[in-house]
Design a protein around this ligand. Structure first.
Ligand code: AHM
Ligand code: MG
Length: 334
């Protein structure tokens, strides 16, 4: 008999009783993201065929060149969430400011805000390497019925209601948590349906992969240099394997399955590292912790960092529990 896989749609409905707050609204929101993921997946897959590759000519708020697919993914996710009127606000890595969502028949009645990195690792697009979408969902802190404010977005990661990523890889997967473990769904492109392929995902406690841009080695703090040397030392189960795609979602996904640590430390040329607390680190930290892993800024739990601005950057160490703890030890002792 052929094994019957559960679809993402079925899974969302079956599990909505475990949601902390209004289940219908969060289910609709997750379904909206599922739909946008399929649209973006379609665009990413055909990127090599049509003239949508290359830079769009604009710069985003961080002064980086935007790729055309960044712009497109940003539009698709925002459009889908806006049209379905399921959230009261969106903040995106590609937008300067947050967007407040309202309509005549729904006077700011929605309760959730979404923060999104629509296409992370986009410098990989031109060379056909996996990219991803990262999302994070919070319940608003300002009263329902009023427009959202910056306070609704500057919440610590511990307040997240759900977080997830979509990886546009050899196959497309949507991986997410609502605070009750992590589950991964693989897209069957012929049917356009996500199926539960990776139930209860979990980081092995130990791993043997370290992922860091070693080209920045000379700029790293001493503790990070010492930890990298430790990873390379011939002793016990070391040296570890070095794997760095330069696409956070892909590096994280591999390490969650095989066991490993991802690092984007601060350096003498980037005082807070590169990754954004709200769009990249908090959602990945929530997923990591729900999958028995850890996420730290080198000293503190990422999800407890109090955000002060939308596009804030933070050093990031994330992955298998024992490896992150070891890296922290090196940074403390340096
Ligand atoms: P992006 O949001 O501009 O794509 O930048 C984030 C990406 C991560 O996916 C990746 O891990 C990192 O930047 C790679 O940076 P670097 O090339 O400096 O190693
Ligand atoms: Mg990014």
């Amino acid at each position: 008999m052929t094994k019957q896989y559960k679809t993402l749609g079925e899974f969302i409905i079956e599990n909505q009783d475990s949601f902390k707050y209004s289940s219908g609204e969060l289910s609709r929101l997750l379904n909206g993201l599922r739909l946008a993921a399929k649209v973006v997946n379609h665009e990413v897959n055909k990127a090599g065929l049509v003239d949508i590759l290359g830079e769009a000519g604009d710069q985003n708020i961080q002064g980086e060149n935007q790729q055309k697919l960044d712009v497109l993914a940003n539009e698709k996710f925002i459009q889908t969430l806006k049209k379905r009127e399921i959230v009261c606000g969106i903040a995106s890595e590609e937008e300067d400011d947050f967007i407040s969502i309202n309509s005549f028949d729904n006077q700011h009645q929605n309760k959730y805000v979404v923060l999104i990195d629509p296409l992370d690792g986009s410098s990989n697009i031109d060379v056909n390497v996996s990219v991803g979408t990262i999302f994070s969902i919070y319940r608003r802190v300002t009263p329902v019925g009023t427009p959202v404010t910056i306070e609704d977005f500057l919440q610590p990661g511990v307040n997240q209601i759900a977080a997830g990523y979509i990886i546009y890889g050899t196959s497309t997967m949507l991986v997410y948590t609502t605070g009750d473990g992590v589950n991964g769904f693989t897209l069957n492109p012929a049917l356009g349906t996500f199926y539960l392929s990776h139930p209860n995902m979990s980081f092995p406690e130990n791993g043997n992969i370290y992922s860091v841009n070693e080209g920045n080695y000379v700029h790293f703090p001493q503790g990070v240099k010492d930890y990298i040397k430790y990873c390379q030392k011939e002793e016990d189960d070391r040296p570890y394997t070095s794997r760095y795609i330069g696409s956070l979602v892909s590096d994280f996904h591999r390490n969650m399955i095989k066991g490993g640590i991802y690092m984007y430390p601060k350096s003498s040329v980037a005082s807070e590292g590169k990754l954004r607390l709200l769009y990249e680190c908090n959602p990945m930290a929530f997923i990591a912790e729900q999958a028995n892993g850890l996420a730290s800024d080198g000293k503190n739990r990422i999800m407890e960092v109090k955000p002060t601005e939308l596009h804030q950057r933070v050093p990031f160490f994330c992955g298998s529990r024992n490896m992150v703890e070891k890296a922290e030890e090196f940074m403390k002792n340096a």
